[in-house]
Design a binder for this molecule. Sequence first.
Ligand SMILES: [Zn+2]
Length: 203
Amino acid sequence: MALDYPLPFLELTRELRRLPGIGPRSAERIALWLLSNEDARPSALAAALAAAPEAIHPCRQCGFFATGDLCEICSQPSRRGREICVVEQSTDILPLERTGTFGGVYHALGGRLAPLDHIGPGGLRIETLVERIRDEKPAEVILALSADVEGEATTNYLIEILRPLGVPLTRIAHGLPAGGGLEHADQITLQRALSGRRPAEEG
Ligand SMILES: [Zn+2]
């Protein structure tokens, strides 16, 4: 048998390889760094890895990351009763928030309609969105989903579901990178997309 690293090392690299974007070479490099660099703090890293999922959960209302019942955005009284901006993922919220142009609240669907991956309306937080609109009576609902085929299909589905509620319904301007979602869009693109929003029509 060819010589290899000891078993605990191989177990460490196996776990590292499960992380997104980490291939076998990177996993080995990170493992070596953790074991041999004096700046490495493997125990602190392990403690943070264990603590974060315990402490952080989705906000009951919008789905953003929270340590309490509500996230920091939903906890601000000044934001209530204003616009609700609907996004696909909770990770889309911070990029929009950082544009500094939006003062309402958000609602993360937890994905989008993807028939090929067996994600239908029941797999998304659409019912809670309808409930929120009925309860909060927002000034406007802004659909801020990605501009590719699945994002577009989800937007159209939402328009159909939300229109009977009688709330002003808009969608962000086109121009977001197809397939990339909000996460990769730069700040100016996001600002323009938000300020250029228009009444939502079924397409
Ligand atoms: Zn929230």
